[in-house]
Design a protein around this ligand. Structure first.
Ligand SMILES: Nc1ncnc2c1ncn2[C@@H]1O[C@H](COP(=O)(O)OP(=O)(O)OP(=O)(O)O)[C@@H](O)[C@H]1O
Ligand SMILES: [Mg+2]
Length: 231
């Protein structure tokens, strides 16, 4: 499904990705972890073609994504920081994204799920941070995609919304979807992820199951396992 081969990305002197290879060939939930600045967002943006690596190749279903764009319709992307014009209403931004994407969308169940109907005519700039994040989630999940890339999806969500999000992810996974998720919320990883991909110093330091990671670091919980790696 996704083949990332030896990608390297630097911003001037800063080598952010230094030969990252990753192969995902089965559906499931992959947690991309690593400290602040370790290149998680850069890696995810490379898959989307929003960052162009200087070296290496990324293939989706056997086709190179470099300088291609149509494949993006197969991906639902939640950016770490989503910026839409503050003066648009929720309804307007949904319509705008639908018209850009030109794909069938199914936003109503998501608007129900996240309790968004009363906000439809409110301007984005006047929404609370968590409510804005719910809008972003609706925009991500309203298109049926085989791959969802979620960069810090829980940012600002209250516990009720968090439960809704976890259920949504699990329902989509049950349909055979693949997720790449970055988060600093360790219990989300423990609850949801099938595999962990840990980025450090521009490379994949670890790829495997939570149990493997705990075993290798001789720790009983993920937080301590990661603290052990970073020592
Ligand atoms: N467009 C850019 N120009 C210059 N430097 C950049 C750019 N984008 C990212 N960087 C740098 O690359 C490094 C990796 O950034 P990235 O956003 O990928 O980290 P991250 O792992 O997602 O961190 P976080 O956990 O804080 O979200 C950082 O040092 C960042 O400042
Ligand atoms: Mg990031």
């Amino acid at each position: 499904m996704i083949q990332i081969e030896q990608i390297k990305k630097n911003f001037d002197q800063l080598q952010v990705l230094d030969g990252v290879s990753l192969s995902i060939d089965k559906p499931g939930i992959f947690a991309v972890l690593g400290p602040n600045g370790s290149g998680k967002t850069t890696l995810l943006k490379s898959i989307l073609g929003m960052v162009l690596p200087q070296q290496g190749d990324i293939q989706l279903n056997g086709v190179s994504t470099l300088r291609a764009w149509k494949y993006r319709n197969q991906i639902g992307y939640l950016p770490q920081i989503a910026r839409f014009p503050d003066n648009l209403t929720v309804q307007e931004v949904i319509e705008m994204i639908k018209s850009i994407r030109e794909q069938a969308s199914n936003e109503n169940p998501l608007l129900d799920r996240f309790g968004m109907w009363s906000f439809m005519n409110k301007k984005l700039g006047n929404l609370s941070g968590g409510t804005r994040q719910k809008v972003n989630l609706v925009l991500t999940f309203m298109f049926d995609c085989e791959l969802y890339i979620l960069d810090e999806p829980t940012a600002g969500l209250d516990p009720v919304a968090l439960i809704q999000l976890k259920e949504l992810i699990q329902e989509e996974k049950a349909k055979g979807k693949t997720f790449l998720i970055t988060t600093h919320i360790m219990n989300l990883v423990e609850e949801l992820s099938d595999e962990i991909v840990f980025l450090l110093d521009g490379k994949i330091y670890f790829k495997g199951s939570l149990d493997q990671l705990k075993k290798e670091t001789k720790q009983t919980d993920l937080e301590h396992a990661i603290a052990q790696i970073l020592k």
